[in-house]
Design a binder for this molecule. Sequence first.
Ligand SMILES: [Zn+2]
Length: 168
Amino acid sequence: MRELSSEEIRSSFLNCPKGEAKRMHFPPTMPLLDWEDMDFLGWTDPKAPNRAYLVLDAGEDPLGIALRLPATNRKTDFFKTMTCSFCVTSHPVGGVRMFSAPKPGKAGKRGDTVGLYLCADLACPLYVRGKRESPLIQTVEALTREERIQRLRINVDRFATSFLSHGS
Ligand SMILES: [Zn+2]
């Protein structure tokens, strides 16, 4: 994706109050980002650990989606290895978290959310490029790096479509 200014990022969110977007904290590593290698931007607010954010490359204007981290569910978060639904990386206990995205507009006002299990550090673009590794041995897949990047993008698009769709 192209490099975004913090202003562009703050104004890209569809599902969080303007005040929250204004006050969100960016990760301290953001100035060092290699934007070309990012399929999306994802981070947990360093000062509000139950809030996380995704900014997707959606053509001209970025699409920002605020996420919530529900209170940790012992059963799912602490005792099982899990796989990220974006990048398909398997992680040991705690390496995948459940996030939920309040839907935009009326559906969100009714309390509709889209839930998903993702790498807890939201660093999927790094995992598919081999720039960060899970300590777990991964299932052997006959996929090239390019194919893994492609699959990540397809999964992210699919999520964006269900996030934006109403009434489901
Ligand atoms: Zn991932």
